[in-house]
Design a protein around this ligand. Sequence first.
Ligand code: SAH
Length: 474
Amino acid sequence: MRKKKPAIILKDVLVNDYAAEGKSIARIEGKVIFIEKSVPGDIVDVKLTKNKKDWAEGYPLEFKKYSNDRVEPFCEHFGVCGGCIWQMLPYQKQLLYKHQQVTDNLQRIAKVPLPEILPIKGATITTNYRNKLEFTFSTKKFIPFEEMRNMDKSEMPEIKGAAGFHARGFFDKVVEIETCHLQAEPTNKIRNAVKKFLIENDFSFYDIRNHVGFMRNMMVRLATTGELMVNVVVGENNPEKIEQLMQFMVASFPEITTLLYTVNLKFNDSIFDQNPIVYKGKGYIIEQLENYQFKISPKSFFQTNTKQAETLYSITRDFAELNGSQIVYDLYGGTGSIGIFVSNKAKKIIGVELIKEAVDDARENATLNKISNAEFFVGDVIDICTDDFFTKHGRPDVIITDPPRAGMHEKLVRKLLDIEAPLIVYVSCNPATQARDIAWLDEKYEVTKVQPVDMFPHTHHIENVVQLKLKTSG
Ligand code: SAH
């Protein structure tokens, strides 16, 4: 039998700095140790899970001293739920690290001349900021290792099911949530009442390993307009049970303006190929940014932090320097929200987006806002944005690009270099890939403004807006 290597434990390690993706680092004799669940200033014993020549990775086995920066997390589920992993840091410190990360990425990856990076725009509301939450119902409740270790097996509670969020690293387990601070009430009340109803009426919870059980997921969307949409996803096509649950929800929560259910008999949880059925209401909600209204259906994409989306889009509009005469391309446009938001300052908006349903929503949203200077096209940006396309719709004065985490396709970057729009606004949810793309764009563009925005307080996610201008030759 192969001998198991003994675990490496580093004692009394001082965590010096913040890294990325929510991890911190310690430097020991030139070697970088990435440590999860710790913050700069902590002194910890670290158990290594990976050990390479120049770097290692591990988790704190014991905290010898907590950093003076730490504050008491406000959520009872902190540490178990993988949601808001930065609650132990004061908000101002979170912002500082996010700002630093944008700077680091631009300096180390983009390596281009930079203007002063504007102070990160923090959120004024740092709890209950999400307009969408998705809960999972499961037969299996996640119990943290330490709790499990101290439990007498005979004491293990017999559970019918748990309702909350997926446990990180366990595809079949759910972290039971009593109160989540990411979305305003009645979200917690609804989830807890539904769970109680299921248990009392002996409705089963979904078992994703064996693919049996009734209650699977619940998505709650609460708009700043007060409209509230709930979509209940069940794993059995059982009309009586569905009817009972729907009736219960309608009677208990009259504030739900749209109630839907979706029967998902597939093995995976995605509802993109499923058909939500409207039980009550109009089947969608209206969200509002400034004076613009957006229709959100159960499957629509919409920025999850409405207030900060308004901030993000205003910055994007400012950076676009619009005066009413420009042709603006909104690439990776989703449901057209940025294009619509800037439309009254542009001559024409041309949106490009991969997902057909999103483009349908974009067109509907344009109509809803009586916008007649916007057109939306379905397809991959690298297929759509051809010379012919630009000739047909007009040479871009401004390009707004908002790609997913992977950043822009290199082919698109080459096309942008080719087409030479005088101004590009690059909105990104991943400063590392954004920095890579900026390095490519450096051939013809200079970075003129950088504005990080915090869309997701208490998490390590960062949004960053960059303005790039075509370099003048000579
Ligand atoms: N600008 C929008 C959406 C940004 S999310 C907003 O603020 O709401 C990124 C979008 O890019 C998603 O809608 C995704 O479907 C789309 N997308 C991803 N890859 C794409 C590609 N290759 N071509 C076109 N769109 C793409």
